[in-house]
Design a protein. Structure first.
Length: 127
């Protein structure tokens, strides 16, 4: 019966209901903004990439601060694992010698030789 003949709201009741909804939505928005600010601070403190944090932080927001920080901590752990995996694969590829990945070897034996090689004044005739 109620579906077919809903109880009519008086204009006052309708206005009160709409105002209550606006207040509730405003409180949700304020809470979400505070949670986002705390999440950004957490991301900054834990050295998460700034571009990533500013672009995707809202996807990691939970219902409260503890859920959000737990999610961000898990994200940081996963990112650190990926970074370490990449570094380790690079070391496996080239060993611990950081110059072995470069194309060619350096023929310069000292800083003085390098300075003499790249000194433009000596090549131009002492201008």
């Amino acid at each position: 019966m109620k579906k077919r003949n809903p109880v009519e709201e008086t204009p006052e009741q309708k206005r009160i209901r709409e105002l209550e909804e606006k207040i509730a939505n405003g409180e949700k928005a304020t809470k979400r903004a505070e949670l986002k600010n705390k999440a950004m601070a957490y991301a900054t403190d834990n050295k998460l990439p700034a571009q990533f944090a500013s672009k995707y932080i809202e996807r990691f927001l939970g219902d409260d601060e503890s859920t959000t920080t737990a999610t961000l901590a898990e994200l940081k752990t996963d990112l650190d694992g990926l970074i370490n995996e990449g570094v380790n694969s690079k070391f496996k590829e080239n060993g611990r010698d950081v110059n072995s990945g470069a194309s060619g070897t350096s023929t310069v034996k000292s800083i003085q030789d390098m300075a003499a090689t790249h000194n433009i004044r000596n090549q131009q005739g002492g201008n």
